[in-house]
Write a new protein. Structure first.
Length: 150
């Protein structure tokens, strides 16, 4: 039996996002939606997991809708402030002088790094697109789709 390192399960515990952020999420939504729209052309195993794929797609769509609301409702300064708060919390709890147990420090560090990356991704989206379109509008915009997959 192989040993599982605590560092290997940190991403699961801290719910870390897609490695390439919001654009990766959008790509995954678009591809999965296309596969479900053409379910007869998919392999046997994909067809058997159709209900799970639909559930996963709905979850990703909700996550994107939440992202659209967050980006469109807030300014870059708000996101920078959130990054500062996450860094401050991480530095306070994870410093050498803190008395928290090591596993707490590791969890806080993993969560904080994930939050910081998320807010940085939102800043990039805000800078790149200004305001994000809802998924229905985005699916009709060929230029936006080309930019997502480029």
């Amino acid at each position: 039996m192989s040993k599982t390192s605590f560092n290997r399960i940190i991403p699961l515990l801290t719910k870390q996002e897609h490695s390439d952020g919001a654009l990766g999420l959008l790509r995954e939504i678009i591809v999965l939606q296309a596969k479900l729209d053409n379910i007869d052309e998919q392999d046997f195993y994909f067809q058997k997991g159709k209900d799970n794929h639909i559930s996963h797609l709905e979850s990703m769509k909700m996550k994107y809708a939440q992202m659209v609301e967050t980006v469109n409702k807030n300014s870059v300064d708000y996101f920078l402030e959130q990054i500062k708060e996450s860094e401050s919390k991480m530095n306070e709890i994870c410093s050498r002088g803190s008395t928290y147990p090591v596993f707490v420090k590791v969890l806080v560090q993993g969560t904080s790094i994930s939050q910081i990356k998320y807010f940085q991704d939102l800043i990039q989206l805000k800078a790149r697109f200004g305001t994000l379109k809802p998924l229905d509008e985005l699916m009709k915009d060929e230029n936006a789709l080309m930019e997502i997959f480029s």
